[in-house]
Design a protein around this ligand. Sequence first.
Ligand code: ADP
Ligand code: 5GP
Length: 199
Amino acid sequence: MNRRGKTFIVSGPSGVGKSTVLRALFQGRDDLYFSVSATTRPPREGEVDGKDYHFITADRFRSMIEEDAFLEYAEYVSTFYGTPKKYVDEAMDAGKDAILDIEIQGAAQVSAKRPDTVRIFIAPPSWEELERRLTARGTDTPEKIQKRLLRAKVELDSASGYDYFVINDTVEQAVEELRAILLAEHCRPAERMDLICNR
Ligand code: ADP
Ligand code: 5GP
């Protein structure tokens, strides 16, 4: 059975564990495509250019905006982030689900352009735990951590507009819930009817 992939957005406060959970979800899955964003922030220790992000200059970012190369882009804590459109479309045409780890402004842009996008919000088990994770990650200055925590409050407020809400208490449970969401979304009548009608 041939099917076109779907787009799934995963949003949630910085430090909640999106990268960790998505890394675990992608294990052994060649039916999923992780959308590698472009960003103007410098790489963190261990981050690989082209795998975690495309690390680009502000000038290059502006050119990509002019070339209409982004499906969406946004400014988040004084840094630009954007989703290159081309690879997402290629992956979906190849039948893969595209997973976008993006913040709430970008998520709103994608939903407006592509209403069939599925939006998943990942929340921390508590506020204290979010602060603990952000601090334990050790990648941001105390000032940056405070900015990210302030932003997290705004993000949590918009979570009710999402389709699904996953609490990242343990990574295993969060991954299981993500797998279930992806599977369920491919059982919607429109897709299934289309498949049997086009056999
Ligand atoms: P994000 O991508 O949302 O910014 P990360 O994946 O970088 O978050 O995770 C932030 C920190 O929290 C990392 O140090 C990670 O190891 C830790 N972490 C992620 N998920 C969990 C969890 N379920 N329990 C405990 N620690 C976690
Ligand atoms: P970080 O700097 O911690 O990797 O990411 C900060 C925030 O930017 C996270 O909420 C992440 O989801 C978001 N983000 C990453 N890539 C993109 C993107 O391409 N577009 C948008 N709008 N947000 C992104």
